[in-house]
Design a protein around this ligand. Structure first.
Ligand SMILES: C[S@@+](CC[C@H](N)C(=O)[O-])C[C@H]1O[C@@H](n2cnc3c(N)ncnc32)[C@H](O)[C@@H]1O
Length: 259
């Protein structure tokens, strides 16, 4: 008996074992004891993760998949968390210990998965998995690229992001309409930003609200002094700013606000 694919849960089951193994191999399994797989489905990837990390945990929202996993992977049964990843408090399981995240992610919530990971970055040294190709490319893209945006800047502020390989729709059941892409995020050694991190998030999000406008226009809500607005950085549009430049911009705004 296999699990019937449910569209609203983004269920596209991977049928190619070689690709599943290749995805499992993207993690280094170093520097952390725990691995968490999001959305294991019928366990095609889980099987290879268990070979590398015998205490892999999985979090799955679908009751039918949970039953399948518990029946077919007896040694996994007490590490299957039947919960919505976006809502579940992971410290219940991992306390304050580090863990890696991996998955063939449900595409309908994939950006939210990245945002939750960024919130928990103190505990997540490594993150890898499969997204819709465009989303994976967006996360890894650099300044100047058409797809460079909020997700790219916020992720790359804390992680080195590498696009690894593309996966065609033909290796899924049912096949998705688009190509998929696998990426890896490795947390930077020094991932504490030299600026107010909350303000950094606000600045990046606000700057990309109107990506065609100069920062002088899009950051009006920050009530900046004329003196600061004369700085040539404000002539630029958000896609022209590297992550480092966004950090510098936040430092400038921080100083301006506190003057
Ligand atoms: C693209 S499928 C991948 C399934 C399996 N890993 C594979 O590669 O065949 C995504 C999986 O995520 C699960 N899922 C969807 N939303 C979820 C959520 N909010 N929390 C946890 N799992 C979720 C789905 O039920 C499904 O099993």
């Amino acid at each position: 008996m296999s699990v019937k694919a449910k569209k609203h849960l983004g269920q596209h089951f991977l049928t190619d074992e070689t690709i599943a193994e290749k995805i499992a191999d993207t993690l280094s399994f170093k520097g952390y004891k725990h691995v968490l797989e999001i959305g294991p489905g019928m366990g095609v990837l889980t099987k290879y993760l268990l070979k590398k990390n015998s205490t892999t945990h999985v979090i799955e929202i679908d009751t039918e998949s949970v039953a399948y996993l518990k029946n077919n992977y007896l040694n996994l049964a007490d590490r299957v968390i039947e919960q919505d990843f976006l809502k579940y408090d992971l410290t219940t399981v991992f306390k304050d210990e580090p863990f890696a995240i991996i998955g063939n992610f449900p595409y309908n919530i994939s950006t939210q998965i990245v945002f939750k990971t960024l919130e928990m970055r103190d505990q997540i040294p490594e993150f890898s998995g499969m997204f819709q190709k465009e989303v994976a490319q967006r996360i890894c893209s650099k300044e100047g690229s058409k797809v460079y945006g909020i997700l790219s800047v916020l992720t790359q502020a804390f992680y080195e992001a590498d696009y690894l390989f593309t996966v065609p729709p033909t290796v899924f059941n049912p096949p998705p309409k688009v190509d998929s892409g696998v990426l890896i995020l490795k947390r930077k050694e020094n991932f504490k930003l030299p600026c107010n991190e909350k303000l950094f998030f606000k600045v990046v999000k606000q700057a990309f609200q109107q990506r065609r406008k100069t920062l002088r226009n899009s950051l009006k809500t920050f009530n900046l002094s004329d003196n600061l607005k004369a700085n040539t950085i404000f002539d630029k549009r958000p896609e022209q700013l590297s992550v480092t430049a966004f950090i510098e911009l936040t430092q400038l705004i921080e100083t301006d606000e506190t003057d």
